[in-house]
Design a protein around this ligand. Structure first.
Ligand SMILES: [Zn+2]
Ligand SMILES: [Zn+2]
Ligand SMILES: [Zn+2]
Ligand SMILES: [Zn+2]
Length: 338
């Protein structure tokens, strides 16, 4: 590990991996909830056109990619309102147009070679420069800060737009903000993971986190930890194995996903019928609290942050439609409160 840190480009790559490893899952969790898991991939396609313009004009590809990605993200958010079929087609045209323009412009550029094209698409650790790193650090910190500060609001909108609108949240504004954060994350990932693979780092750690954590917050903590470890770990492995960093990171994230799925399955089996209090729960569910009520045997479960909670005396338990132990003494007070 020490010989790694002695190399200037490896220090840059590891730092960039660390930043994107934390930022990507923080943004990705809201995309997963909105069922827009692949949107980062589409933004990556369009960002390639921006990279092309940057290389062609001899300016920094990071900034031109950022402009292209942000524009793409906002357009995607607005186009989605067009309705299912036309919106879908508009996005397809945009994504293919972006990658086609990128490939053509880079090929015609004075300094354009196929080698640096693959570097942008799939990541290449030796390409992170000191200047990139400063830009990436600032952008990642903005992403981390904004997602952390607005987590509750972004979550409310991702979960149920109608309900969020009814409570007075600026739904369109928050959706556009999420789109811009996604675009920034895509660009920050460009050198290490690559434009075509970044979506995996937004989605896979969150998929793993949902197996391991029992609440939204716990799942997110797992996701960030896994994102960080796979991203930095992937860069280290790719250095020794002489493999492209992006592909290595994604394969590592898939391996962790498989392990987390296994751990989750084993734990569910062990906990079946056992007492599982809801983590960090200070919300009282009742008939009109806004969470969906699901009758479950002799009591009512409430759908809350993607979990089902049942009243149990002075606290709330985690429930699922599968686990139902008739011997578990549920208080009926939530029915009385309603
Ligand atoms: Zn509730
Ligand atoms: Zn229940
Ligand atoms: Zn709850
Ligand atoms: Zn309990």
């Amino acid at each position: 590990m020490l010989d790694l840190l002695a190399l200037d480009f490896m220090r840059n790559a590891l730092l960039a991996a660390l930043l994107v490893g934390v930022a990507a899952p923080l943004v990705g969790i809201f995309l997963v909830q909105r069922r827009m898991s692949l949107i980062g991939d589409g933004i990556g396609h369009v960002a390639l056109a921006g990279v092309g313009v940057g290389i062609f004009t001899g300016s920094s590809p990071v900034w031109t990619a950022l402009v292209a990605a942000v524009v793409a993200a906002v357009v995607i958010e607005l186009v989605q309102r067009l309705g299912r079929t036309s919106g879908d087609l508009a996005l397809a045209v945009m994504f293919y147009g972006g990658i086609a323009a990128g490939v053509v412009i880079i090929a015609r550029s004075p300094s354009g070679t196929p080698a640096n094209l693959t570097g942008y698409l799939f990541g290449a650790i030796n390409t992170v420069s000191r200047t990139d790193l400063v830009v990436f650090a600032v952008l990642s910190l903005v992403v981390i800060l904004v997602t952390t500060t607005l987590r509750g609001r972004l979550f409310a909108v991702a979960q149920d737009e109608e309900y969020a609108r009814a409570t007075g949240l600026p739904v369109l504004g928050l959706n556009v903000l999420l789109a811009v954060l996604t675009a920034v994350t895509v660009v920050v990932s460009m050198r290490v993971i690559g434009l075509l693979l970044i979506s995996a780092l937004m989605i896979l750690p969150n998929a793993s986190g949902q197996f391991l954590g029992r609440s939204f917050r716990a799942s997110l903590r797992w996701a960030v930890l896994i994102g960080l470890l796979t991203s930095v770990g992937g860069v280290v492995v790719s250095f020794y194995a002489d493999t492209p960093s992006g592909g290595t990171i994604v394969l590592l994230a898939i391996a962790v996903f498989a392990l987390a799925g296994l751990a989750g399955a084993v734990r569910t089996r062990l906990r079946r019928g056992q007492h599982a209090p809801a983590e960090e729960h200070d919300h009282v569910h009742w008939a009109e609290c806004g969470h969906e009520a699901i009758p479950h045997g002799d009591h009512v479960d409430y759908l809350h942050d993607g979990h089902r909670h049942a009243s149990h005396g002075d606290h709330w338990d985690e429930h699922s439609e599968h686990e139902h132990d008739p011997m578990h003494p549920h208080a009926q007070e939530e029915v009385a409160r309603g």
